[in-house]
Design a protein around this ligand. Sequence first.
Ligand code: SF4
Length: 691
Amino acid sequence: NMHATTRPVRTTCPYCGVGCGVLATPLPGGGLAITGDLDHPANFGRLCVKGTALGDTVGPNGRLLVPRIDGRDTSWGEALDLVANRFSETIDRHGPDSVAFYVSGQLLTEDYYVANKLMKGFIGSANIDTNSRLCMASSVAGHRRAFGSDTVPGLYEDLEQADCVMLVGSNLAWCHPVLFQRLTAARESRGTKVVVIDPRRTATCDIADLYLPIAPGADAALFNLLLSEVHRRGMTAGAPVEGLEDALAAAQRGNPAITGLPPDDLARFIEIWCANERVVTVYSQGINQSDSGTDKVNAILNCHIATGRIGRPGMGPFSVTGQPNAMGGREVGGLANMLACHLDIDNPVHREAVRQFWNAPRMPEAPGLKALDMFRAVDERRIKALWIIGTNPAMSMPDANRVCRAIAGCDFVVVSDIMAQTDTTRLADVLLPATGWGEKNGTVTNSERRISRQRPALGPVGQARDDWRIMAEVAQRMGWADAFAWTHPSQIFAEHAALSGIAGRLGSDFDISDCAGWDRSQYDAMEPFLWPRAGARQGGRFFGDNSYHTPSGRGRMVQVTPRLPPATTPSAAFCLNTGRVRDQWHSMTRTGTSPRLSRHLAEPFLELNPCDAESLGVSPASLARVTTARGEAILRVLVTDRVAPGQPFAPIHWSDQTASAGRVNALTAPLVDPVSGQPALKSTPASIAPF
Ligand code: SF4
């Protein structure tokens, strides 16, 4: 009986993509004692503040405890019947593309697999997308263009083995703190050079040997300059690539002045990169959350591919994902344009292989709606039934006021969540209580492709059920009992592993098929492991052998013509940047319940350069009204030279539930990268006035 035990349970932190191992020990009076897992290869016992405070965030506080229909408590039976009937009726009347699922990088891989199987194999639509679209879709698209597959080439230990680490658009110190600790320790012991490239002087700059305050959005111009230079120095000779000449021609046409960086800084950046063969370029949302994010990713990948600095110890490009299971979601095909096990929805052979494996009645023939298009379709009433699982789009999507209106106007909205009161739960017709971290049982994959277990240390709160089970129960009621008959997540994991073997034979890099025969006890005893598990690359890196997943086997260079963010205007003279703070997570539904996590920064704010504060006549700690074409927010002014003139910054975490008019995504625009569909969230033209 897990409730009686006081032995520590080995599990994984549910916040950022570092994926730290956690020991959670149930306390006699309820709650959990938390320590870092010394044996987990992501963190070796380290935890950041958010991980350490996990014990504060469990228990019934604020939780959704029972199913609800139109605001009244009901039974699971009635709620599940209604969801199944309404989805079936809508599909019968309007076709499979009239329904959609919007899911989350918070889900476990098993949850994600079931959602994907239900939508793509049985409902027969690809209208399933995830909040990971806001996080790393541009990295996925960039990887696929360059490598022929969505493969992260390197490992965390590369950051420790590198002679130089470039951090681009990544506040690693706050957003991936344990990886930052590992880098800091390596720097102290072996003198790793650290270069930080970011318009905002973040806490990460504290360890920078060189800090480049680049103009917003000019990253591709910087890496194009680098490509030209490494080529001029003869460093691109011999790498097996395609498209070098075209990529170079585009790079050489560039104008380095748009980086806004002095020539001396540019020269030092190039010297450091060229002098250190062991170089890792870490990038995150500053690159991805842009309307040219995929091109920026490829501008970085170009430099590593062209010089062969990839997939060998201490070198390579490294996308650090924001969410705990963004990678697991990619593995099961959680995005509208992917199939399970890194197979391709556009490929008829892949579709047929998955259809046969699932014994699926119908499969979509084309990608579904990506997140922003999905909510546009909801707004236009083309989507008539929507199921939102483990995420809070009314607060986290760009142009959030319109998203709110869209959800409110949808015929039938189901929300599965752990919390009762969020910006999104209040718009639901049916609310389904889900188990949360500490109760859930399954797997997650971190940024270096390491699969770890989340294990339950507590029983479910109230009547909460696991997400995979809720979806399977709806699928059974929709008439697909056999395909959704699992009784334990280990069976889902084994099924996914078996499918990965078929995918592997079709050329997919994701193959964990030696787990296909695992029983529950093997699953329960799982140690964290890296994929691929077998073959020459077992537990290792990709592409160091210069063999890529493209048809030619060579790395593909991409022509990148830098594009800058939307221009500011006299009436919207500021370029508004957004991002995270150290101690909060997403829309604060969980971290907001921990008093100690609110000690760091307790309310929404606007970082403003002293020159701007003076010219606007706003004083420190006063309130300012920020207005964009989409909406407005009222924020406390924090005057600081961490931000450049004209480039204010506001954190994303607060919502109308937690701070009046502090919802920053009411300001951001629904502008997306044309390749990946990822929205631009870091450069919205805005005006500011005293409030
Ligand atoms: Fe959790 Fe990330 Fe902190 Fe590790 S670094 S404890 S995964 S939030």
